[in-house]
Design a protein around this ligand. Structure first.
Ligand code: GDP
Ligand code: ADP
Length: 197
């Protein structure tokens, strides 16, 4: 795989990954490309098939995994999620910085591949604030909310291990977190912009 270095964004559900990512992709249009994952979870209002996720059945996802079409896959909060090889290749073919939004299992499995991304963890200021953000988002049932909080505890523990992430950004104030994210990526952004000139 060639092109600019990919970026892995990880961190607990509700930490603010999508919010930061959408803003980044909007400010730097034509620089980043999102790796569209597959998932067996239901689409939320406003989510588009093929843009936010490829929404698939367990059977078809398993079939793809068995055929070797995925670089990684994981079970999260009762659903399957995975990154297909083609989702990354589609972005890299356009010479864009490929952004992956994956959970901590995804991070661990991508480390076993030759993708060589920049690993960024987005963390909430506290469990209490995370819970409030997830509740206010109004996307989860009580059951899926509890599963996400449990996964968040594990994520927050594992993310403290030295060497797992290149950088950990605490998303307390959104503006500050966004500026930090940009500063980490500015070199790669400039390389892509220069290549376009
Ligand atoms: N391993 C892996 N995790 C993924 C993938 N796509 C999304 N995730 C993670 O799955 C978790 C749940 O995602 P989602 O259902 O969209 O909920 P949200 O993160 O709360 O918006 C998040 O931690 C995502 O980072 C993937 O392709 N692989
Ligand atoms: N810094 C912040 N301060 C307050 N609310 C935030 C902040 N960052 C994100 N949010 C809100 O928290 C919720 C979870 O953010 P989201 O981007 O969906 O997280 P993730 O993609 O990591 O699951 C959303 O409703 C979002 O608007």
């Amino acid at each position: 795989m060639s092109g600019p270095r990919p970026v892995v964004l990880s961190g607990p559900s509700g930490a603010g990954k999508s919010t930061l990512l959408k803003r980044l992709m909007k400010e730097y249009e034509g620089v980043f490309g999102f790796s569209v994952s597959h998932t067996t979870r239901n689409p939320r209002p406003g989510e588009e098939d093929g843009k936010d996720y490829h929404f698939v059945t367990r059977e078809s996802m398993q079939e793809g995994i068995d055929k070797g079409e995925f670089i990684e896959n994981a079970e999260f909060s009762g659903n399957m999620y995975g990154t297909s090889k083609s989702s990354i290749e589609d972005v890299q073919a356009q010479n864009l910085i490929c952004i992956l939004d994956v959970d901590i299992q995804g991070v661990q499995n991508i480390k076993k591949t030759d993708l060589n991304p920049i690993y960024i963890s987005i963390q909430p200021p506290s469990m209490e604030i995370l819970e409030k953000r997830l509740r206010d988002r109004q996307t989860e049932t009580e059951d899926s909310l509890q599963k996400r909080l449990e996964a968040a505890r594990i994520d927050m523990e594992l993310s403290k291990e030295p060497g797992v992430f290149d950088i950990v950004i605490i998303n307390d104030d959104l503006e500050e977190a966004y500026e930090k994210l940009k500063s980490v990526l500015i070199e790669e952004i400039q390389k892509v912009q220069d290549a376009k000139k």
